[in-house]
Design a binder for this molecule. Structure first.
Ligand code: SF4
Length: 419
């Protein structure tokens, strides 16, 4: 039986696509292996959203070059956002790679099928479900629209049927994925939106929780906020990337909203959905970001107090508007310093938010084990660890929190309610 190994880097969309690609290969008679050395087929699912991610992909490709030399029978394939429209150039740069295929596309040299309909064979209780591919936004720093193309939504029925099938295989929670889930459905014939999709999925028996990411502040609707407030299975957790706390930088980023509009949106969400956990994304060191403009971002984060902040240093990406129009003129040392400032600030905020949960009881969906401890998440996405000798996988359990940190919680099981 031939063996495959998939190396994945990058966003949840890549992880979901790798999971499905693995299932697809298994249906074709392949078996997963834990190392590239044992594999007959190695697939690299790449990310180039930042220079650092691209460098890791290139290092991996270089390491595989010698493996391919020692085992010419090995098939090497690359997918993900490294694969652009200039496949001939990629073939020239990496002649030892057998196949390149676009993210979310089909490995053409294998039997053709709808990859979107290939479900994970061994799904975790919490599983990703892509609902929309691509992005139409063209934020000036972002390479995604150039690599993943324009927005393409999957029909509501197709997604609902898939979720029912996943539930049949033990899935309790789905996270709906897209580069911009707020755009979901505009390209479909009857133009359903994300709120309509959530309403439909909320009726599925056996499904316990629904999450979605990522949102775009310019596109998030009141209808969606109300759906999150009223649909019982939709979790109180929203990721709403702000990227900068300065209006001129937001304009240069072509984000389509102001800080004032973003602040209003946060107020609206918090008033409609009590207990909501909000997270955001920040880019530091965007071209010409002055110390004062950076301070605006720091001030906004201090004011809005997110549960989680994902922070990255700007790096120019090929083809993007920012790379063509602006000079990357903030030094690497300054970017590192700004990144560190935000990480430190957020560590303090997250520590305070999590400390509030000390002594409280939270409901956790158990997703697996790590270092002998069970781990799972609350509805608000908090990572919780606990000890128990029983098989808790896929169960909803009540945990009394005994220890908190900025990153996770630890506690003791109170009741192990069969769900
Ligand atoms: S919304 Fe902007 S940042 Fe997000 S994927 Fe689209 S272009 Fe990139």
């Amino acid at each position: 039986m031939p063996q495959y190994y998939i190396w994945t880097i990058g966003c949840q969309m890549n992880k979901a696509e790798s999971e499905r690609l693995g299932s697809y290969l298994e249906q074709l008679g392949y078996r997963a292996t834990a190392t590239t050395e044992e594999a007959d087929l190695v697939v690299l699912n790449s990310c180039v959203v930042r220079q650092s991610a691209e460098s890791r992909v290139i290092n991996k490709l270089n390491a595989l070059k010698s493996l391919k030399r020692s085992r010419p029978g090995l098939t090497l394939a690359v997918t993900g956002c490294l694969v652009n429209s200039k496949v001939d150039q990629l073939k020239k740069n990496f002649p030892y790679v057998d196949y390149f295929f676009k993210p979310g596309d089909y490995p053409e040299w294998l039997e053709k099928t709808e990859l979107g309909q290939v479900l994970p064979q061994h799904p975790s209780p919490s599983t990703f479900v892509p609902i929309i591919q691509g992005c139409d936004n063209f934020c000036s720093f972002c390479i995604v629209p150039y690599r993943r193309g324009r927005e393409r939504s999957r029909p509501v029925k197709e997604i609902a049927d898939e979720v029912k099938e996943l539930v049949h295989h033990g899935v309790k929670e789905v996270t709906l994925l897209g580069q911009n889930v707020d755009s979901y459905g505009h390209d479909l014939s009857n133009q359903p939106d994300l709120a309509d999709l959530l309403t439909e999925l909320n009726t599925i028996d056996g499904l316990v929780r629904i999450r979605f990411l990522t949102n775009h502040p310019k596109d998030m609707s009141t209808k969606l906020i109300e759906a999150v407030a009223y649909l019982d299975k939709v979790c109180e957790q929203i990721n709403l990337p702000v990227q900068s706390g300065d209006n001129d930088i937001l304009k240069a980023m072509r984000r389509g909203y102001t800080v004032e509009r973003y602040r209003q949106l946060i107020t609206q969400i918090r008033s409609k959905i009590p207990g909501i956990a909000l997270s955001t994304d920040i880019i530091v060191g965007f071209p010409s970001e002055s110390p004062r403009q950076f301070q605006q971002t720091v001030n906004l984060l201090s004011e809005l107090r997110f549960s989680i902040v994902h922070v990255a240093a700007y790096s120019p990406r090929p083809e993007t508007i920012a790379s063509r129009e602006f000079e990357d003129n903030i030094s690497p040392a300054e970017k590192r310093e700004r990144l560190h400032t935000i990480e430190q600030l957020q560590e303090g905020i997250a520590a305070e938010i999590n400390a509030y949960l000390l002594g409280k009881t939270v409901e956790v969906l158990v997703e697996g084990k790590k270092k002998e401890k069970w781990q799972g998440r609350t509805r608000t996405g908090k990572l919780v660890f606990f000890n128990n000798n029983n098989d808790c996988l896929g169960r909803l359990v009540k945990i009394r929190i005994e220890k908190t940190s900025p990153w996770s919680l630890q506690g003791k099981i109170e009741t192990n309610n069969a769900d």
